[in-house]
Design a protein around this ligand. Structure first.
Ligand code: HAM
Length: 430
């Protein structure tokens, strides 16, 4: 039998990379908490209908990319390809709208799309997203965008391009759709195959085509912005004004249409050179009613964490977990005391690693050095017999004997010494 490997388009996040994830997650929690958003966790799989109706059957996500299967009870289920539909389902199912006011929700977790794996493109990937339900106010649009900008800046990404467009109302889009189809139909044979297919299924997505010839044909195409009603145009102008007031830079992209069908009015994306779109979102005023809930206006976004972390990895190397103490011991009594010592140190707040090898002291010392610990505790037969321990600071080689019973009382002093030894080391290694 061959070796079993991770599935194509999935990957393990190993300890060497985990610090980035934890940093992003902690920053996101802090920023979203400050913005009065609350976390929601919805199931990984849902009834297939939810996505077909919510995201739209003509989209690539629903048409080509869903992980859909029949369970043993013959239900059609789908691994969630995105978070918005599940959040909206939960919002309706639990009557969150009945609480009145605005619901500010956020989520983080794995999503699944059967896409061709590539740079920043996986079949299982992670999104961090927010949904603000219950407000059609233009300030809600500016607020959720501002929170995304805050978050990206807080993790250290200051140079992403915010692109902005308005998709207007459903009526605006129906009118534009027929103008676009009228314009493109004579060129049908020259469009790339995907766009030919989209001409009847989902013509607005043609604007997103990466094909050079299709893009050349689109140069003269009518623009969605020109089909917007006066009210839609005024609304979009207000959103732009609010962003400008907040000092948030953006570029208008009249061809930005997004890949999911539920959007109306404001749509936006954060673009990077390396991974393309890092995050995106927009208003989805019709979705909640479409899924059987009360008429509720809403807006949100999601950021792809693999892409975000891919960018962070290029900016700064990962720091391994900083170990405070490494415990070295040999001999039955000493090893038993060492296990107890490890627990005492951990309870006093020290990151402590216990050498379990019982190998020669020399080998254990080498591992202590490699661990990056600030200091090492040493227990041999002599220490075990008189209930002491040797404490050796690895940067200086300084060593002292301490009674094991005195350790809890010394905790504060040891914390200070560790901080000082780290400081010394970081200033001498620059
Ligand atoms: P989306 O644009 O489909 O929007 O996905 C958001 C982000 O998820 C993308 O910008 C990208 O970073 C990441 N992403 C998508 N597909 C993949 C993939 N195959 N591999 C790696 N990363 C990927 C949504 O999903 C909407 N639910 C956002 C939203 C929330 N709109 C309103 N509220």
């Amino acid at each position: 039998m061959g070796l079993i490997q991770a599935q194509r388009g999935t990957r393990d996040i190993l300890p060497g990379e985990i610090a980035y994830w934890q940093q992003v997650e902690a920053t996101a929690r802090a920023i979203l908490h400050q913005a009065a958003f609350e976390e929601i966790r919805t199931p990984i799989f849902e009834q297939t209908d939810l996505f077909e109706r919510g995201i739209g059957e003509a989209t690539d996500v629903v048409g080509k990319e869903m992980y859909t299967f029949q369970d043993k009870g013959d239900r059609s289920l789908t691994l969630r390809p995105e978070g918005t539909a599940g959040v909206v389902r939960a919002f309706i199912e639990h009557g969150l709208h009945a609480q009145g006011g605005v619901q500010r929700l956020w989520y983080m977790g794995p999503m699944f799309r059967y896409e061709r794996p590539g740079t920043g493109r996986q079949r299982q990937f992670h999104q961090l997203g927010v949904e603000l339900l219950g407000s059609g106010n233009v300030r809600a649009d500016a607020e959720v965008i501002a929170i995304a900008v805050d978050l990206l800046q807080a993790v250290g990404l200051n140079d992403l391009q915010l692109e902005l467009n308005s998709l207007g109302t459903r009526d605006d889009r129906i009118q534009y759709r027929s103008l676009l189809v009228d314009y493109l139909t004579p060129y049908k044979a020259d469009l790339d195959p995907d766009s030919q297919d989209r001409l009847t299924r989902n013509p607005l997505r043609i604007l997103d085509s990466k094909d050079a010839k299709t893009q050349a044909i689109l140069q003269e195409a009518p623009l969605l912005g020109h089909s917007l009603s006066v009210a839609s145009q005024e609304r979009f102008a207000k959103v732009q004004q609010l962003l400008t007031n907040l000092g948030i830079g953006y570029t208008l992209n009249p061809k930005l249409v997004r890949g999911l069908d539920y959007y109306s009015h404001t749509a936006f994306e954060f673009q990077s050179k390396q991974f393309g779109t890092v995050g995106g979102g927009g208003r989805y005023d019709g979705l909640i009613a479409e899924l059987g809930g009360p008429e509720t206006l809403a807006i949100g976004w999601a950021i792809g964490l693999e892409r975000l972390i891919g960018l962070l990895q290029q900016l700064a190397p990962s720091q391994p977990t900083a170990i405070d103490f490494y415990i070295v011991s040999r001999g039955e009594a000493a090893e038993a005391q060492a296990l107890k010592l490890a627990q005492t140190l951990r309870h006093a707040g020290f990151v402590t690693e216990l050498d379990l090898s019982s190998s020669a002291f020399g080998k254990q010392f080498k591992r202590a050095d490699r661990s990056g610990a600030a200091a090492c505790f040493i227990l041999g037969d002599a220490e075990a017999a008189n209930q002491t321990v040797q404490l050796k600071w690895l940067a200086t080689g300084e060593q002292q004997a301490i009674a094991q019973a005195d350790l809890p009382a010394l905790a504060d002093t040891l914390h200070e010494q560790i901080a000082r030894s780290r400081n010394d080391r970081s200033t001498t290694t620059v």
